[in-house]
Design a protein around this ligand. Structure first.
Ligand code: UDX
Length: 432
């Protein structure tokens, strides 16, 4: 098929590469000229495991993927995936949050105005339930002058990609969820994944939108749950990781997403949970459980700073090394990263902060400028520090001997507590 992808951020570009790798011809449409140039030079605009190599294969060697600024190219494709950013900052109003999706949809509608054949438009970005019906379809009809169901089809096909292993996630999907306006739209969308062995569930559009939000809220709940259990375990001398291993043996529970620590970050879990809570408020429904999931996660990174205070006393003037800034390993993404909150707290307490991350340094520099010191190695960040905080579990930090004689606080169980307790001056876990 000829596929157009609108928005070549994280979701859009990974989807584009994935679709090219299963045999489609793909064009990424974006408003950012420098991003379009980078993709056409087969260079990755951000770090994701395997993305640079995949771009070389599909852009340069096979010519199956390219990027363009020209929305009118959408008319040359069979199906369009909307993959634009859905910002959901709590301080922003609904208009602002929907700005990107509305602008993209309007331009897709305009480009479909000149198209004679049937076309399908698919929402892949995470949007609150009802968005495709209430916002996307009316805009497509208005700007194309055409009618949904007759001239074009619409579907919702949420992404479940995990950063750091997004390309593998795409190629080994565990499910394909398709919310369809009608059967024709759903079948067109399903056709894109021909050959995949993943189970397919076809639903109404708002159900598919809700499946994405409910899935992320559930994962978030698992993490906040185990963190709360861990906070008590620490107080009563129980190892929460052994508790999680024991719980995980029950197939009804499962071991995944029960790693206790400083909580979840990233572009999806916090943002989608916020958007869902907002939807509860709008409808007058209460969500005490999900509100608690959110609040527990907000306070979890602060515990790390509390442990540091318990060890060192007043943090003013203390040199604190922060290892790991990305919200999880194998990505350079610092959106809602617990490290950012930890650094803010340390600065508020007038500590001297030294940071190191193998991939995310440029992004952290854009945020903190000269407020913190930047080191280009683990050893450099550790040297001369009063205390080291391990915030992201990159594998290069997983060596207890690096921290011999140091005061270490581990937010991610990067180190083996028994070994670390032997070699470090002191070793504390955030909830173990
Ligand atoms: C998530 C969903 O997993 C994915 O399906 C969706 O499409 C996008 O959002 P992602 O944001 O890439 O993916 O990261 P994920 O692996 O889910 O981790 C999110 C955060 O939770 C990270 O900060 C991670 O460190 C944290 N986490 C994860 C824990 O604290 N404990 C765990 O057990 C698992």
């Amino acid at each position: 098929m000829d596929i157009s992808i609108v928005g070549s951020g994280y979701v859009g570009l990974v989807t584009a590469v994935g679709l090219a790798s299963i045999g489609h011809r793909v064009v990424c449409i974006d408003v950012d000229g420098s991003r379009v140039d980078l993709i056409n030079r087969a260079e990755a605009p951000f770090y994701e495991n395997g993305l640079a190599e995949a771009l070389r294969t599909h852009v340069r060697d096979r010519g199956a993927l390219r990027a363009s600024l020209d929305y009118s190219e959408i008319a040359d494709s069979d199906i369009t995936f909307i993959c634009v950013n859905t910002c959901s900052n709590s301080g922003q109003n609904a208009d602002f949050r929907q700005k990107h999706i509305k602008e993209a949809t309007k331009k897709i509608g305009q480009s479909l105005a000149s198209k004679r054949d049937y076309h399908t438009v698919v929402t892949k970005s995470s949007v609150v339930p009802g968005t495709t019906e209430k916002i996307i379809i009316p805009l497509l009809e208005r700007y194309s002058g055409k009618q949904v169901g007759t001239d074009f089809g619409v579907a919702v096909n949420p992404e479940f990609l995990q950063e750091g292993r997004a390309l593998q996630s795409f190629l080994n999907m565990d499910r394909i969820i398709i919310g369809e306006y009608d059967a024709r739209s759903g079948s067109m969308t399903q056709g894109v994944y021909n050959g995949s062995r993943a189970p397919v569930l076809r639903t109404k559009m708002r159900t598919a939108e809700m499946i994405k939000f409910a899935s992320n809220a559930f994962l978030a709940a698992k993490i906040s749950f185990i963190n709360e259990i861990g906070n008590l375990c620490k107080k009563i001398g129980v190892d929460v990781y052994e508790v999680a291993d024991g719980m995980g043996l029950d197939p009804r529970i499962g071991r995944a997403f029960l790693n206790a620590g400083i909580g979840f970050g990233g572009s999806c879990l916090p943002k989608d949970l916020e958007a869902l809570l907002r939807k509860y408020r709008e409808t007058g429904e209460k969500a005490p459980l999900l509100s608690a999931v959110y609040n527990t996660n907000k306070s979890q990174p602060l515990r790390m700073v509390e442990v540091a205070r318990a060890r060192l006393g007043d943090l003013k003037g203390k040199r604190i090394g922060v290892l790991g800034l990305a919200f999880k390993p194998h990505t350079d993404d610092i959106r809602n990263a617990p490290a950012v909150e930890v650094i803010r707290q340390l600065l508020a307490q007038e500590a001297r902060v030294v940071v190191y991350d193998p991939k995310a340094m440029p992004r952290v520099r854009e945020l903190f400028h000269e407020q913190v010191e930047y080191e280009d190695s683990v050893a450099g960040a550790i040297a001369g520090c009063d205390c080291i905080l391990i915030v992201t579990e990159w594998s290069e930090f997983k060596d207890e001997n690096l921290f011999a004689g140091k005061v270490v606080i581990d937010g991610r169980r990067a180190l083996d507590p028994d070994k670390a307790s032997l070699v470090c001056q002191s070793y504390d876990g955030v909830c173990w």
